[in-house]
Design a protein around this ligand. Structure first.
Ligand SMILES: [Zn+2]
Ligand SMILES: [Zn+2]
Length: 340
């Protein structure tokens, strides 16, 4: 088969790769129905993560189970499934406690931007949908593999509550999905920090009540002005830069909750600032596997439509254009169809 491989910064190729096969008895092989480019793939694309040898890319996918290993009990060939962006056993104490993304047996997904992908720990990682979805549902189901699950974790970890204020730092796909989550959790005021017109419009469609365009000190001042000088009860950091982390911490009121779900790059925090801010901090790689059953239900019933974050759809073989368009911020998120 062919698949997506990055050779060096800016050098994404759709090229011959070995067909995936069952390597361990707990593996499944999925025929990919849809996959996409992640904001975190761009860190590699831009040369901010080392590329020592060519890396097969992609960790967000939905598809049909083609084959399972002899120890797979629950996942069956022919099922339409969604899996998290890490493969996890589902049975270790960390998985059982609700943090599968830190599973002691965690594996990465070996290159889902391809027509077929091997999924380790199939039983722990994959969740079947109630039936074969309409094509119109597929983009929304695909977001559950990462960005919608991550946005949900951002809201959950920041303890968004009915009647309270949530501030979302970041207007990428995760930040926009976090708006959906905050709305579902009943926040009465949802403030999105964004200076990008198209993304502001989508944030409002998803339930944002206010947009703040200012950043840094100016942005913090605006949030404080809007919250009686106290800061918000819940702040969701969805970027991962030092600036966005500082902005989020400063926007959180003492006793409030701040989540951080953007993979940190160049973040270093000041201990005294954290001490005197007196806020709850909770973040990390989102345990999206924990949320999959509930989020599948919400999408299936048409209650949420996170698939709207995809504003570019391409045949999988044009994957390199997907990376370029997202890097240049021409697209929020690029969906790739293997069968187009
Ligand atoms: Zn991702
Ligand atoms: Zn585990």
């Amino acid at each position: 088969m062919k698949g997506t491989v990055i050779h060096a910064p800016w050098d994404v190729r759709y090229e011959d790769r070995e067909d995936p096969r069952i390597e361990e008895p707990t593996d499944a092989i999925i025929r990919t129905v849809a996959t996409c480019v992640c904001g975190s793939d761009l860190w590699t694309y831009r040369g901010l993560n080392p590329i020592e040898k060519p890396i097969p890319m992609g960790h967000e996918y939905v598809g049909i189970v083609e084959e399972v290993g002899p120890d797979v009990r629950h996942v069956k060939p022919g099922q339409f499934v969604i899996g998290a962006f890490f493969a996890t056993d589902g049975t270790c104490p960390i998985c059982q406690a609700g943090y599968p993304s830190s599973c002691v047996n965690r594996r990465s997904i070996p290159g889902a931007q391809a027509p077929y992908v091997r999924i380790p720990w199939a039983d722990g990682t994959l969740v079947p949908t109630p039936g074969m979805p309409d094509r119109a549902l597929i983009p929304s189901l695909l977001t559950l593999s990462d960005v919608m699950g991550t946005g949900w974790f951002a809201a959950d970890a920041a303890e968004v509550r009915p009647g309270k204020t949530a501030v979302i730092v970041g207007d990428g796909a995760v930040g926009l999905c976090a708006v959906i989550a905050a709305k579902q959790m009943g926040a009465s005021r949802i403030i999105v920090m964004s200076r990008h017109e198209k993304r502001q419009a989508l944030a409002k469609e998803f339930g944002a009540t206010d947009i703040v365009e200012e950043r840094g000190e100016e942005g913090v001042k605006r949030i404080l002005d809007m919250t009686d000088g106290l800061g918000a009860e819940s702040v969701l950091e969805c970027v991962g830069t030092n600036e966005s982390m500082m902005q989020a911490i400063q926007c959180t009121r003492p006793g409030g909750h701040m989540s951080f779900v953007g993979v940190p790059h160049g973040v270093s925090l000041d201990g005294r600032l954290l001490f005197y801010k007196q806020i709850h901090l909770h973040g990390g790689p989102a345990p999206v596997r924990r949320y999959l059953p509930d989020l599948i239900q919400l999408v299936w019933e048409g209650k949420i439509q996170p698939g709207k974050v995809f504003d570019l759809e391409l045949p999988l073989e044009q994957v390199a254009e997907g990376y370029r368009a997202m890097h240049e911020r021409r697209a929020i998120k690029a969906l790739l169809w293997p069968d187009a």
